[in-house]
Design a protein around this ligand. Sequence first.
Ligand code: OTU
Length: 648
Amino acid sequence: MSVASNTAPFTHTLLANIAQRMQASINARLTKHLPDLYQTLQALYGDQFSNEQAFATWLAELLQVTGEIIAVRPQPLQELDTARSTDKNWFAKENMLGYCCYIDRFAGDLRGVQQRIPHLQELGVTYLHLLPFLKARAGENDGGFAVADFDAIEPRLGNMADLEELSTALRAAGISLCSDFILNHVADDHPWAIAAKLGDPRYRDYFYHYPDRTIPDNFEKHLGQIFPQVAPGNFSSVPELQEWVWTTFYPYQWDLNYSNPNVFADMAAALLRLANRGVEAFRLDSTAFLWKRTGTKCMNQPEAHQILQALRSLVEIAAPGVLLKAEAIVETAELPAYLGSKDEINLKQECHLAYHSSLMAASWVALTEQDTRLLRHVFAGTPMLPEQSSWLTYVRCHDDIGWNVLRPEASMEAEDVQQRLARVSRFYAGDGSYARGASFQANDPAAVHGTVGMAAALTGFSSAQTTAEKHLARQRLLLLYGLSFCFGGMPLIYMGDELAQTNDEAYQQVPAQAADSRWLHRPVWDEELYGQRHSSSHDAGAVFNALVYMLQQRRQLPQLAAQAARHLLNAKDSAVLAFMRGNPDEALLFLGNFSEHSISLNIAELLVDYDISGQGWVDQLSKLDVDITVTLQAYSQLWLVRKYGNIV
Ligand code: OTU
């Protein structure tokens, strides 16, 4: 029997709850996506059931629940689903701009965020990622990344009505709300973990638990460490269970056992219920870790991708206007698979968006080394995007900058990888440099530590004494943001960067934060800086005005849409990164000088491989014509478009 004919009873189950007027459109989605969903889930979980019928019963239940969720999807969200199904690249356009913040630090609570919509609009934000706001573990909770209830809001931030109100207000302002969805683990006080501790066999199987260290020790041989200092090891002894539980991150974050089909079903339903609250995008946290396999690092396993593919199919059926964004902090070569992979016949869709963490980290390396070779390797290792997908480009986020993802690229030059990356890490910790960050989890001298600190502190604002030093700091910050705006993806501004906000040392006095130096770069919104945003005599204003201007220009350049072509150009001086966006006959050239020296380069030489060098060029940022030989000042950038092109 073919898969398609197999799925007829499931279609029936799902449609049973759906209002007549919606049946035709939902049926069309099922025809398109149910065969994939069936196939993926059968490949993942078929073996877990005694026979085909048992699997079918489980899948029917999942679809029954999905149908119930679709049936109550609010009308405006259904309309959004329909609109977006005719404009599937809506999130990959040159107007898209993300903004990321903690609700409490940005605006107190969910209602406060509504008050700040004008600020987001002034920047041109179209996508707001609010860091975790679901009910978190009591006490320490990793900034909300230990979720105690997927159906409740953290009380100090508001309630579900506030969330719905905010998502509606944002939508009216043209801003899509993105929520974290922490799917790798739950808090140790989530009802599933509590039930497991009480001995409920159904929920014990929601987690990986072992009676002694034999299996954990075996796994540990191959596993990495995320928080080696404050949470060493990947397993925690749980007294109530008298067992060892898999905890990749903090001991209170219990990894979910996705080899159990019920875990998948419950988590998928939780995501779809949240989508019905008006969440338009999900940042899928720690996606690389979803599947464990003995003898491996337990990252990027094929089954982790299948889980995401199955989630995507469900979203396409239940809430097709919703985006999935992969947070997988992994080597460049592992990244593209999170945006989908090709089998013999077609593309298996996965996430719409994925963080390009290598690009982010490599751009910081380029600043340190005043050399773009490593960054160019990352470019070379980044394939064309599959259709209807986009990178998420960024300069900073709420986590440390992890240098280890760059090991493959860092090993391409003669220098020892360890030494090279350790030097970068020390640079940003302020070792003989302008940077004022710190090393993350630094008690192992042999390891390469991540870097913490706000972008402004890392680019030199905190150490600058003179106007000239301030100017350089600003140029560095704008250069990194310029790259993120032009690379080809949705750029994300991390709260505070738009105002050159620096580090916040206050966390050291907060017991629940003191051990985790990532709080150094999670400052509270600074009203004073905000008040200075239009004054170019202040750092805040100088950066804000420049970013707003660059973003205005960006919106006028379709060459910068995520799907437009990207070609790395071979600038002779390795301190310069040069690349072309769009088709050669309407290209935009990005030239960025990552060094403190001014550098001249010849545009014709840069374009030898293209038949367009005879054209005149103008810098879209300064609106000035440029000669065939251009000079790039220290840390400066040019966005060149053709002189007689359609410059607005
Ligand atoms: C993610 O992080 C989150 O972004 C972190 O804030 C959480 O602590 C963590 O998950 C647990 O929920 O590797 O791909 O600073 O880069 O923990 C997942 C280390 C991750 C983070 C890392 C990260």
